[in-house]
Write a new protein. Structure first.
Length: 62
């Protein structure tokens, strides 16, 4: 992955706090840190099944 700020090489690094730990991308050149985006709730496996089933039911009605 390339850094959006300086186009340098980015690596995944673990960051530790007193209560949590998380992984993020860190640029080796400028030190910019990019946190990964959390998946929204509607993208979990149950919701995808529900949306697919909903489309199937609507398609069946017509």
């Amino acid at each position: 992955m390339k850094c959006p700020k300086c186009a340098g090489m980015m690596v995944i690094q673990s960051f530790f706090d007193n209560f949590t730990n998380s992984d993020a991308w860190k640029c080796l050149n400028c030190g910019k840190i990019i946190l990964p985006r959390e998946r929204p709730l509607e993208m979990d496996s149950f919701s995808l099944f529900y949306q697919q089933n909903k489309c199937y039911v609507e398609k069946k009605k017509t």
